[in-house]
Design a protein around this ligand. Structure first.
Ligand code: CP
Length: 308
């Protein structure tokens, strides 16, 4: 397996062996991620952050990962304070940054933008979310969370929320198909998973179940993966209003859940998980957001060739 100089664009580009190697590397790096150990694995490396959409976790966990490994962060900063505001296009921006940094970490609202950037860039590009497309580094940390907190091989998972526009769940379903997962989708009909993704999963040997009963799903699964209904992705604000309150996980609802159930969420949440759930043993979404640090450490070290 060769990771040096690899672009990280879509989960479809990764085999199970490659994913397992990334998760194993993250596990070894976890004591550095939580500050117990020190490391200079990224000494002398400059990693650039280009975020054209808001982010808290992805941007800050990449920054933490780089700093914990002794690397330097080069950030475009706020788009409004850059020359994008003067009309500079993404192609020119990428060509400029490749002269300054050793890798580009890109979040952009346009689906396909990370792929386009990787095709013109001489340095590796990591997709940190491209519109409603893919968010592979989130998927790696989701898989790591399942392996760490529940199980990954053969995991029974119910996925709920915005399955139509949610890039995190699209990437996650492709990855789970490599681990013989049992997948149940729970959503209102307006937010169902796109048919082409269900068809792709079927072609990979995964029969996906669909239901609108969350109560039924949580009795039988290991993991409930909740996502936010993303107001910013709806072309029609009236459609958002119709579905925005269709789902809320509460501690009361969880009384009949599998006692071992783990609840994950890529965050940010709005009102789909009631704060009273935070105090139940089911909640693992804040640990999940921490796991973004060892995962992003692993990805950066592997593509920089400083670990193998
Ligand atoms: N999960 C996630 O991508 O969060 P941010 O949008 O805050 O980066």
């Amino acid at each position: 397996m060769r990771f040096k100089d690899l672009d990280i664009i879509s989960m479809k580009d990764f085999s199970r062996d490659m994913i397992d190697h990334i998760l194993d590397t993250a596990e070894k790096l976890e004591p550095i991620a939580n500050g117990e150990d020190k490391s200079g694995i990224l000494n002398g490396k400059i990693l650039s952050l280009l975020f054209f959409e808001p982010s808290t976790r992805t941007r800050m966990s990449f920054e933490t990962a780089i700093k914990r490994l002794g690397g330097d962060v080069l950030s475009l900063g706020a788009v409004d304070a850059s020359s994008i505001i003067k009309g500079e296009n993404l192609t020119d921006t990428i060509h400029v940054i490749e002269g300054y940094a050793d890798a580009i970490i890109l979040r952009h609202p346009k689906e396909g933008s990370a792929k386009m950037a990787s095709e013109i860039s001489s340095i590796p590009v990591i997709n940190a979310g491209d519109g409603a497309g893919h968010h592979p580094t989130q998927t790696f940390l989701d898989l790591y969370t399942m392996r760490r907190e529940s199980r990954l091989d053969g995991v029974k998972v119910a996925i709920t929320g915005d399955l139509k526009y949610g890039r995190t769940v699209h990437s996650l379903c492709y990855a789970l198909s490599l681990y013989n997962a049992d997948i149940t989708l729970v959503s209102p009909k307006e937010l169902r998973m796109p048919r082409e993704i269900i068809r792709d999963l079927k072609n990979r040997g995964i029969e996906v179940k669909q239901t609108d009963s969350i109560e039924e799903a949580i009795q039988n699964v290991d993991v409930l993966y909740v996502t936010r209904i993303q107001k910013e992705r709806f072309p029609d604000p009236a459609e958002y209003q119709r579905v925005s309150t269709s789902l809320q996980i509460t501690a009361e609802l969880l009384k009949n859940a599998n006692p071992e159930l783990k609840i994950m969420h890529p965050l940010p949440r709005v009102n789909e998980i009631d704060p009273d759930v935070d105090f139940t043993p089911h909640a693992c979404y804040f640990r999940q957001s921490f796991y973004g640090v060892p995962i992003r450490m692993a990805l950066l070290s592997l593509i920089m060739g400083t670990v193998e």
